[in-house]
Design a binder for this molecule. Structure first.
Ligand SMILES: [Zn+2]
Length: 245
């Protein structure tokens, strides 16, 4: 007996010289099949309705092959945390200069980041060092802006969110708000990082994006607009730093 079999979606597609994962997710609210080339995750994302949709998704993948190819060709290239690679720090190129004889703790010397210790742990040590540097810098900038506004901040932390550079929670708590940033801002020029800190600090007064918020944000940091433009252009690439080839 011949039975109809549900078509299955590929795990990966080979496009623009890359092996790109295909991630399908069922969404309760999805009516139709949707296709997205996510330049931050580095994946082709398909949203499916609560049931079925595989055949439509396959047809969409086929009919949009050229479109996907063009999008993926424009994705940033991964830059691993490995000896000999060049990563941005404060928006400037820095060579990862690993040598067994260098000190274990990374040390930045103009365009070189000197570090020693075991070669296998270069990546996690470098990431920890960048996160600590991001936290120290963003903490100082945030407390500086908050002090100008006469507000206090209970906690500044760094994480690795995919879609936001900063977030501010509990703006009206008496003990102060909690502000979180992407550690990847340490890779961007200082003016970008500090504009994000000014944005989050302005939320201590206005928990919205009203005209009053934007006015205060500009008073705290006149380069807010330039920073947004910089991130629109270069932000996705920051997500490919420290990613394996
Ligand atoms: Zn905001």
């Amino acid at each position: 007996m011949l039975r109809w079999r549900r078509p299955s979606l590929p795990d990966h597609l080979s496009l623009a010289g890359r092996n790109v994962p295909v991630v399908a997710t069922r969404r309760a609210t999805a009516r139709a099949v949707k296709l997205k080339a996510n330049s931050i995750a580095g994946a082709i994302e398909i949203s499916l309705p609560p049931s079925g949709g595989e055949a439509a998704a396959l047809a969409l993948l086929n009919s949009h092959r050229d479109w996907l190819e063009a999008r993926i060709a424009a994705w940033p290239r991964p830059i691993p945390f490995a000896p000999g690679y060049i990563i941005p720090i404060d928006g400037a190129p820095v060579l990862i200069d690993w040598q067994a004889g260098h000190p274990r703790t990374p040390r930045l010397e103009s365009e070189r980041l000197l570090l020693g210790g075991p070669a296998e742990s270069v990546a996690p040590r470098l990431e920890r060092w960048l996160k600590a540097r991001a936290k120290a810098d963003l903490e100082a900038a945030t407390h500086g802006f908050a002090a100008r506004l006469g507000r206090s901040v209970a906690r500044v932390s760094v994480g690795d969110p995919a879609s936001r550079w900063g977030s501010c929670a509990g703006w009206n708590r008496p003990e102060g708000a909690r502000i979180a940033y992407s550690w990847r801002l340490i890779l961007a020029p200082a003016f970008v990082r500090h504009a994000i800190a000014a944005h989050e600090a302005a939320h201590l007064i206005h928990p919205n994006h009203s005209p009053a918020f934007h006015k205060l944000n500009r008073e705290l940091d006149p380069r807010a607009q330039d920073a947004r433009r910089w991130l629109a252009r270069h932000g996705a690439a920051l997500h490919w730093v420290g990613r394996a080839l």
